[in-house]
Write a protein that binds this ligand. Sequence first.
Ligand code: DOR
Ligand code: ZN
Length: 349
Amino acid sequence: MKTLTIRRPDDWHVHLRDGAVLQAVLPHTSRDFGRAIIMPNLVPPVVTKADALAYRDRIMAALPRDHAFEPLMTLYVTETTDPDDLESAFRDGVVTAAKLYPAGATTNSQSGVRDFENAMPVFERMAAIGMPLCLHGEVTDPAIDIFDREAVFIDRVLDPLRRRLPELRIVMEHLTTRDGVDYVSGQSANLGATITTHHLIINRNAILAGGIRPHYYCLPVAKREEHRLALRKAATSGDPRFFLGTDSAPHLDPLKECACGCAGIFSATNTISCLAHVFEDEGALDRLEAFTSLNGPQFYGLPANEERITLRREDEPVVFPSKIDTADGPVTLFDPMFPIHWNVVRQAS
Ligand code: DOR
Ligand code: ZN
């Protein structure tokens, strides 16, 4: 197959940041994606309806004029989130979902939830109004090995929450394990899961074998090969519960290349090309559209994008920049460590 035309993709989990970084990275997302779920972990985080409105305005102000892109905003759940403000933001269409970070789990999660019991009134309200909850699914218990934190989260937090509030729509975000795939596969359709581009491509060796490579470090951290294979199977299966959330998470290079580097992989620029490669490898190019463009809208109760994008398989590898420049400094682009032949060529309707 030389060309492939699919509905315009959406990114169901992306970090756009703010200020100079927002300005620089947004066009990389809005070039290929119609909509994206925008993570609220700014400093300070996006916790109220007013915060979300103001952040949405800043995103729209940074959007290139010729890009049609809709940011789907989220609220950052804290132990003091006001359920009325959250409901009003959802009902007025200001936000699409809320995001739960266990406190200390990842970048800018200090304001997240320490005791899940304290957030129950928020979850109950969300269940009542049909508002999806996006979960960073890792426990923060220091006694739990970092490679086990997702699997333990499923047992300790996700499953009890599902039993208590079965009607709550939950997205288990950036799934990284076979355990996660198995759990989601066995649940009803109101549990979905996003999978990132990079977790379909790298395992933990990319970070640690032959030298420490900070640009492959993200959270949840990439696991063993058997988990990557389970993720590839889920993503390419066509199962509507699995959909793309790139978790493209830019950090300036000096903040990654240091003694205590930040978690996050920036992949917005070449994500669609990398995914086409993965799906081709798996003999599943015919299911790429389901993963990037159909399953996510279906879960969120939104129509799929009407526009199409066309991908073309080039004879020569497509050249992507190794870094992009921002006014605050460079951000390194995800390197899949294989030549990429698929290119997004044009938008047609
Ligand atoms: O790798 C990550 N980066 N994981 C997260 O959960 C947060 C994100 C970020 O904001 O940089
Ligand atoms: Zn994220």
